[in-house]
Design a protein around this ligand. Structure first.
Ligand code: SF4
Length: 94
């Protein structure tokens, strides 16, 4: 029997507490690096996008802390850390 809830509905149940600063950032000057475009495809929360200038942007609210973007893009283009204690995702489903 399949679960009637779609992925976005499940993700919508999670709670995200922002920290004092984003725990993942695109390194300055790397916004148009081709390696970053992988994150658009692999981030399960869909937090990466490409703007009209070809620069990749990241909206950190909703991050699942899965590390997929870190593996896909590498540390040359991303500054990746876990959030400070008390901040970040709180899973509500599974
Ligand atoms: S850690 Fe996971 S959810 Fe967070 S931005 Fe990277 S790929 Fe997306």
């Amino acid at each position: 029997m399949s679960d009637p809830m779609e992925l976005k509905a499940k993700l919508g149940l999670d709670v995200f507490k922002p920290g004092p600063k984003p725990h993942i950032t695109i390194k300055p000057g790397m916004e148009k690096d081709p390696r970053l475009k992988k994150a658009i495809l692999v981030c399960p929360a869909g937090l990466y996008s490409e703007n009209e200038n070809g620069a990749v942007t990241l909206t950190i609210d909703g991050c699942l802390e899965c590390g997929t973007c870190r593996i896909a893009c590498g540390k040359d283009v991303l500054d990746w850390n876990y959030p400070d204690g008390g901040a970040g995702v709180q899973f509500r489903f599974g």
